[in-house]
Write a new protein. Sequence first.
Length: 314
Amino acid sequence: MRWVTVLGLLLAITALMPFSYAANSSSTITLETDLQILEFSDIYGGHITWVITGDAAQELRKAIGQEYGVWNIDLATASHYFKQKLEPVIEKNEHGCGYLSFVRITRADPLHDDTQGILNDPTDVQGLIGDVNSTAPITLKMIIAGTPVEGKSMPVVPIQLYFAPFYAAGFNDTFIDKLKSTAILKSTHNEIIAGLGSFSLPSGTLGARIIVGEFFQLNSGNVVYYKMNPLESPLILFIAFAAISYFIKKRNDKLREEFKGTLMEKKGTKFANGIKIVLFVLYLLVLIPGPIYIIILAASYIGSWFILGRIYRR
C-alpha cells in the first residue's frame, strides 16, 4: 500500500536531539516516527522506523531463525516475519502496540509495499537478512494508517511500540520486561495536520501553526487531538488574523489620505505594517493558546485605532 507524503518538506525542520530512556546496556532501540494528517480526505497516516542495535538485534535474529527453522535469514523469511508476524502485532493492537500518538493503527505495510507477501525493497528489513548470529544493526521500515482518538490524552510514542518487533518474534513478557529495563530507548516524533483540527500539547513543545494546519515535534509526553475546536483551529485563527489585519490597514488608509508624502504617513504605515507582522509571528507560535491569541487580536485592533489617530492627530 502506498500513500502520498503530505507536506513532507516541513518535517525537515526537526533537528532536535532525540528523546532517550537512559540505561546501561549494549542494546539500543530507536524509534523514528511521524504522522501526516489530511482531515479533509480523512487520511491519518505516517511512518514507523525501528533501528535495533547490539545484543537485542542478535537476539531478534536468533528468535526469527528459530521460528522459521533457518540459520541464514533470506528476503523471503524476513518478508514472512514482517507480513505474518509484525504487521498483525500492530494492526490487532497486540500487547498495546497498535497506537502511535492519537492514531489507532489499523493498516500497516512495509514502506515500499510487497508483491505476493515478498517485500519489494530489502532496505525495509535492512540488516535482518543474513546469518542469525550477526551483530549488525537491524532497521525495519513501516508505513501506517489508522483512525483518530479524539479528546483523550495519549502518549505520543507509547513505550509498547518500541518492543513490537520482539513481540512479533515470540518473546515472552519476562524477556520484554528485562529489555525495557536494560535497553537504551530513543525516539524522534513529528506530526503535521491539514484541516480544522488542533492539538493540546505539553508546555514548551516545538511547533507552529501553518494556516491550513499545525506542525509539532514531541518525542515524549502526551498529546490530545481535537477534530474540531474553533478556538484552537489554525485555519480559523488565521482568518481572524487576516480580518484584523485588513481592518487595521483600512483604518490607516483612510487616515493617511490627507497626509500623503508626509512624515505622519510614513509613521502610520510603518506602525500598521509592524503590528501586522507581530500578530502573524504570534499566530505561528503554538505556545500561545487560541483564546489568548483572539484577545490579543482584539486588543491590538482597539489599540491601533487610537494610536493611528494620535499619529495622524485625528
